[in-house]
Design a protein. Structure first.
Length: 331
């Protein structure tokens, strides 16, 4: 019986929203339909709203759900408590500003009419046009009553902390943090595998049918963490040429950035998602290698114990993993 002990490459799942465009094709090589605007490419996901399908290899045509049902330890590891794949990796093409929104934590998500995980996420800025902005957190001193009045008066934007991101910036958005990505950004996002979103404000626009999108103001006001305040880009530690930089280390995931030229052994005893927002790379194992071009992603199952990441010049790799303190395990 075959087991999933090699890197898994999935077919992207494309999402069309009113703020999208065509740069997923132009910048990241996604095979978009000829017509329409496309906002998101879900690279690795196991959720009722979307399911990754293996693109090639021994398990071609299998869904990530099927793989976890039949090979849970080989995919997730023996110490992972999840019954589903807990993370979702996506790319976003922001041609217009996204709605101002907030995500609940796990406890609130579990109480929803259709239970879901909460949603903690991190953004990695792949491209940023001059003057592009994003909103992350509330300005100091904004409480629930103040925000409620601002929403009623149409001044929600005045309550939000504004950032002017640059390529390579990372912004950590914990559950309960109001946020919105702005126009002119290309973003890689790692998040909990959740679709639990409460819209606060949608810039008074309408959808393709002329209707405003639904808002969830009362739920949003309830789940916002008013103590968190403004959110800034992650401050990087001193970089080492041959070691990944730990960008985010939270109780839901770790996110690492690697720019080095030396081959990097990937962790053992837990899974990893590798994506290439810039450049090209290859994943080497004792059974061969897999080339990755810009915009491609792979899942390294726990059973794949000998994977090594080798970057080509001028390449950036992102590595997302479940939380653990010793994020680079030596053999």
């Amino acid at each position: 019986m075959f087991v999933p002990d090699q890197p898994l490459h999935f077919m992207p799942l494309l999402r069309s929203y009113i703020w999208g465009g065509r740069r997923l094709a132009h910048r990241l090589g996604k095979n978009l339909p000829e017509d329409g605007i496309w906002a998101e490419s879900w690279e690795v996901v196991d959720h009722r709203e979307g399911e990754s399908i293996v693109a090639s290899g021994t398990f071609e045509g299998w869904s990530l759900r099927q793989l976890i049902e039949t090979h849970p330890h080989e995919i997730l590891g023996r110490n992972n408590p999840s019954e589903r794949f807990p993370l979702l990796l996506k790319y976003l093409d922001c041609q217009r500003v996204l709605s101002v929104q907030v995500h609940p934590d796990d406890a609130y998500g579990a109480k929803m009419p259709q239970p879901d995980l909460g949603k903690t996420e991190a953004w990695y800025i792949v491209e940023a046009e001059p003057g592009a902005v994003l909103y992350a957190g509330l300005k100091p001193g904004i409480d629930q009553d103040y925000l409620r009045r601002a929403i009623q008066q149409g001044t929600t934007e005045d309550c939000l902390h504004t950032l002017y991101p640059r390529p390579g910036d990372c912004i950590f958005i914990a559950a309960g943090t109001p946020h919105a990505l702005g126009e002119g950004l290309m973003v890689a996002e790692i998040q909990q595998a959740s679709d639990c979103t409460f819209r606060i404000f949608d810039w008074n626009r309408v959808d393709r049918d002329g209707h405003p999108r639904q808002l969830h103001i009362e739920q949003a006001l309830e789940v916002i963490d008013y103590e968190r305040g403004p959110v800034e880009a992650v401050t990087r530690p001193t970089r080492s040429a041959d070691q990944p930089t730990l960008l985010v280390d939270c109780d839901k995931f770790q996110l690492l950035e690697y720019l080095g030229e030396s081959p990097l052994p990937l962790p053992t005893k837990r899974f990893a998602i590798v994506t290439i927002p810039l450049g090209s790379a290859e994943i080497q194992t004792d059974r061969g290698s897999l080339d990755l071009v810009q915009g491609q992603s792979v899942l390294i199952p726990t059973a794949c114990e000998d994977a090594v990441l080798k970057l080509h010049p001028d390449t950036t790799a992102l590595i997302a993993m479940p939380p653990r303190t010793d994020f680079v395990e030596r053999r």
